[in-house]
Ligand binder design. Structure first.
Ligand code: ADP
Ligand code: ZN
Length: 720
């Protein structure tokens, strides 16, 4: 082969052709170094016939500079990259970048240097040095990563290295992982579990594509039913990918995995250290990584011999990527299984309507686990109508709910209060002038966090110290917190039940695997009586002594015009309810609401899942919403409001006129300002027969925009 076509990663130019120099052996999938102007960029050799052609004559081609020492990307992964770019209307280069996960993993040497504390002290202590030493206790990473952990500059850390306070450690990135053993521990499955597990294991042995929807109530033991097929894949020498929605919550899973297989699985997520990233990436592409547990980005890892994919809690919205390439990991997982010819298990107690529909139409095979493992009953659910049982003035919990917690306290049992709002209060205003504290970069209120005494934006990360006096009118001590967040609920519990030991569980407090592990241990040791938490606590946890779940505000998710609001509310409440009574003691769930008659709430109270799904199905059918019709959105943004509006209008002028395809907008997006960018949106609703991606692609190519304008396409969007 003399001339090759390459997908060049950091170029918006499209594919480029190169000459293969004497002595270099490349094949489709090879990761190569391509000259581009004065630079060298990474590219992937691709089948020329699958990419648009280039016209450069042979004698003008520049030679490839070299090849990276990694196995070529496999054909199934190349097909997945093409499919993703095509389906989500993204650039091939953008998707390919995800598969190569930012170069470092490829090029890094086999040995890398990290630093750790020696225990020694600097000659002169400064507040920054002290802060660094406090923060880095037990940490080991490179200087850049340590600087992030410690919140001090790299210069400060280099100073500490020079003074012998930090010492270098050589890390061997090629050291092997412990071997997971398929038969380390034998688990006796219930008859119900065994039947399900057998179906999966047979599919693994068949080595063919087979998508499954594992529909099992909370506590039915879904994990055990897919551990056996995982073992089967290991026996066959194949690799397994398990996707989990919240990497903070993997601790519990990792522990169970290790007990079953005698070794920890390999983790893959965005906050891995560079040494871990390189080690894992190599092990995955060489085939020595047996089981990878990852966040959605793990889907694009170059597995050498994949045998099974599991997506646990498959309904979770965190599988949807909301920036860059906006893909849904649940759907991409199925496509990866399709190209790799391996089974895919989507596990959930509250499947997405789309998944149920796929099962109904025979595309997915549905397997059920209708009862809890070990005979535990599903909890009894009751509504508290807040219009009748009003909480005391200035409080948020009805007396009946507080009584329920008190009963648990007396019996030494635990309670969980769910409110999907971090911080103390979602809105802060000035009593004197009425000023509302808003994020300077986003159309969002600043949320008061009392633990850290800050006002924070949950969209862009902007933070400011909570002011002593109003920043608008100067009046001192005039700020009023409006509405409850979890911190405020925790205060209320502590005030009304002084003996209760309360813990706030959110992404603020459980922000590392270590913190999550401490939390789980504290609950298991019964050092916590009441957990107040956000959606983070709705999934995965198994606390046998937890017998009461209170939903502080079930109506919260139903506000706003979100198409999936009903489904999401149902899922969240059903999942959090599923935390109650998982051991031998029965569970009780109390749901506070102002709309007991709303179909979702009524279905939850009646424990009638089918009623909810059929009402939701009818509503979607009428609205032409997924899975019956399709939605897409196009967001045009710029740091300049006028520029964004103009660009949106220009695009609007070229709006295609296609039958069965309705295009709304442009209008200001629901978050009209986000991270400093002004946003305008088109919403597209089409019948399934419309070639939606084709329509969008053709439309977008008709208009050029100034450099400051970004156009983002979201196929099957979650948030409208
Ligand atoms: P789900 O994910 O369906 O909510 P889990 O897989 O977390 O349920 O299982 C619930 C609990 O039951 C866990 O503590 C698990 O260890 C236990 N369990 C499930 N199946 C078995 C089994 N076959 N033998 C022993 N314990 C089991
Ligand atoms: Zn913001």
């Amino acid at each position: 082969m003399n001339r090759v076509r390459c997908l060049v990663l950091n170029a918006a130019l499209g594919p480029l052709d190169y000459k293969v120099p004497e002595g270099l052996r490349v094949e489709p999938g090879s990761v190569v170094e391509c000259p581009l102007g004065p630079r060298t960029v990474i590219g992937i050799v691709w089948e020329a016939e699958r990419l648009p052609g280039t016209e450069v004559p042979a004698e003008k081609l520049r030679p490839l500079r070299g090849i990276l020492p990694v196995p070529p990307l496999s054909a199934p992964l190349r097909r997945l990259i093409e499919w993703t770019a095509d389906y989500y209307v993204a650039s091939l280069a953008g998707v390919a970048r995800m598969a190569l996960s930012s170069g470092g993993a490829l090029k890094g040497p086999a040995t890398m240097t990290e630093y750790r504390l020696t225990g020694g002290l600097p000659e002169r202590m400064t507040p920054q040095r002290q802060a660094a030493i406090d923060a880095l206790d037990g940490e080991q990473a490179n200087i850049r990563e340590l600087s992030g952990i410690a919140g001090v500059s790299e210069g400060v850390l280099r100073g500490l290295v020079n003074q012998g306070v930090l010492e270098p450690v050589e890390v061997d990135c090629d050291r092997p992982y412990d071997t997971a053993r398929p038969d380390f521990v034998q688990v006796d499955l219930s008859a119900e579990q065994q039947a399900v597990s057998d179906v999966f294991s047979a599919a693994v042995r068949k080595r063919d594509f087979a998508p499954f929807l594992l529909d099992g109530v909370t506590g039915s033991g879904k994990t055990e039913t897919y551990f056996e097929p995982v073992a089967e894949a290991l026996r066959m020498g194949r690799q397994v990918l398990v996707l989990l929605p919240e990497i903070a919550l993997t601790e519990n899973f990792l522990h169970r995995f290790e007990e079953r297989f005698g070794a920890a699985p390999i983790l893959w997520h965005s906050s891995l250290k560079s040494t871990e990233r390189r080690r894992a990436y190599r092990a995955v592409c060489e085939g020595s990584a047996q089981v990878v547990v990852g966040a959605r980005s793990a889907l694009y890892l170059p597995f050498a011999k994949l045998g099974l994919i599991v997506v646990d809690e498959a309904h979770e919205t965190s599988f949807k990527q909301e920036d860059g390439v906006r893909y849904n990991a649940r759907d991409v997982a199925v496509m990866r299984g399709h190209f790799e010819k391996v089974p895919v298990i989507l596990a959930s107690a509250t499947p997405a309507l789309e998944s149920l529909q796929m099962a109904e139409s025979g595309i997915y095979e549905k397997v059920d686990l209708p009862s809890r493992f070990g005979g535990a009953e599903l909890p009894a659910i009751e509504l508290i109508d807040l219009t009748e049982e009003k909480p005391p003035h200035g409080m948020w919990l009805a007396q009946r709910l507080v009584d329920g917690i008190e009963e648990r306290l007396e019996r030494g049992e635990q309670s969980l209060l769910f409110l999907n709002r971090r911080g103390y209060a979602p809105l802060t205003l000035c009593r004197n002038c009425g000023f509302r504290y808003q994020c300077p970069n986003c159309s969002a209120w600043l949320v008061e966090h009392r633990f850290t005494r800050r006002l924070a934006c949950h969209h862009c990360g902007h933070e400011a110290l909570a002011p002593q006096a109003c920043t608008e009118c100067g009046e001192p001590d005039c700020l009023v917190a409006c509405g409850p967040g979890v911190e405020r609920i925790a205060d209320e519990v502590a005030e009304r039940l002084s003996q209760a030991r309360v813990f706030v569980a959110t992404s603020d407090t459980l922000n590392s695997p270590g913190r999550a592990a401490e939390f789980i241990a504290a609950v298991e040791a019964r050092e916590i009586d009441v957990i107040v938490g956000t959606q983070l606590v709705t999934k995965g946890f198994h606390f046998p002594e937890l017998t009461l779940v209170g939903v502080v505000d079930a109506d919260l998710g139903l506000e706003g015009g979100d198409l999936r609001a009903g489904e999401r509310t149902y899922q969240q409440v059903a999942q959090v309810a599923g935390r109650a009574g998982r051991g031998s003691k029965p569970g009780e769930v109390l749901i506070q609401t102002r709309h007991p008659e709303a179909p979702v709430i009524a279905a939850l109270a009646a424990g009638d899942r089918d009623a909810f799904y059929s009402a939701e199905t009818e509503m979607r059918r009428e609205a032409g919403a997924p899975p019956f019709g399709r939605w897409a959105s196009i967001i045009i943004s710029s740091e300049d409001d006028g520029e964004a509006r103009e660009a949106a209008n220009r695009l609007g002028a070229f709006r295609p006129d296609v039958a069965d395809c309705m295009i709304l907008g442009p209008a200001p997006a629901p978050m009209a300002l986000l991270r400093g960018r002004y946003r305008y949106r088109f919403l597209i609703n089409a019948r399934r027969s419309v070639q939606l991606q084709h329509v969008i692609r053709r439309w977008l190519t008709q208009v050029d925009h100034p450099a400051g304008v970004r156009v983002a396409v979201d196929i099957d969007p979650y948030s409208f």
